[in-house]
Design a protein. Structure first.
Length: 182
């Protein structure tokens, strides 16, 4: 549920043309970076540099705050764990049933029913995700006109695209859809 206020207040900041604040708010959601990074990528593709700058500032601040807590060794160990989890494939990779993920990766794994070799699943999911995010960025033309009635719908599409493009997603992490629903 912590992602709901991140997306809600980001939406409000964008509506008020406060792009740096929107980026800072998105950076506050980096605890679920696998959802936030695809969403921020849409802003990068739209060349919304102030949103990206705010996000980068928040990300650097989070990284610098993490060093005293866990040290560089802890950060490197965390990165190794993430890479190991990301490389794991199969129907129950690291105890995770990929087919149940409500994402493009999960759909590819589920619908192929093992017909797609594990070595091809990642490149296919990555390609599909990049195409989906590019489409969402192309559609998000109203970002320059937050007063436009199309802004709300295009923002919603960007949220949905980011969720679908997320590499690691479970059903309980779909809470940003609450903002989309309203």
């Amino acid at each position: 549920l912590l992602l709901v206020p991140v997306f809600f207040f980001t939406f409000l900041a964008l509506k008020r043309r406060r792009d740096i604040l929107a980026g800072l708010l998105l950076g506050a959601g980096l605890f679920r970076f696998e959802i936030l990074l695809p969403f921020v990528f849409i802003f990068l593709l739209r060349r919304r540099w102030k949103v990206f700058a705010g996000f980068s500032i928040a990300g650097i601040a989070a990284l610098l705050a993490s060093v005293p807590l866990v040290g560089w060794v802890g950060l490197v160990a965390y990165a190794k764990v993430l890479l190991a989890v990301g490389k794991a494939t199969g129907s129950a990779a690291n105890g995770i049933n990929v087919e149940t993920m409500p994402s493009l990766r999960g759909a590819l794994a589920a619908f192929s029913n093992g017909a797609i070799p594990a070595s091809l699943l990642f490149p296919l999911a990555l390609t599909g995700s990049l195409l989906l995010l590019a489409w969402a960025a192309w559609e998000f033309r109203a970002i320059a006109e937050p007063e436009s009635p199309a802004f709300d719908l295009q923002f919603s599409f960007a949220v949905i695209a980011a969720l679908l493009a997320s590499y690691h997603l479970f059903a309980h992490e779909l809470t940003p859809l609450i903002v989309v629903a309203f």
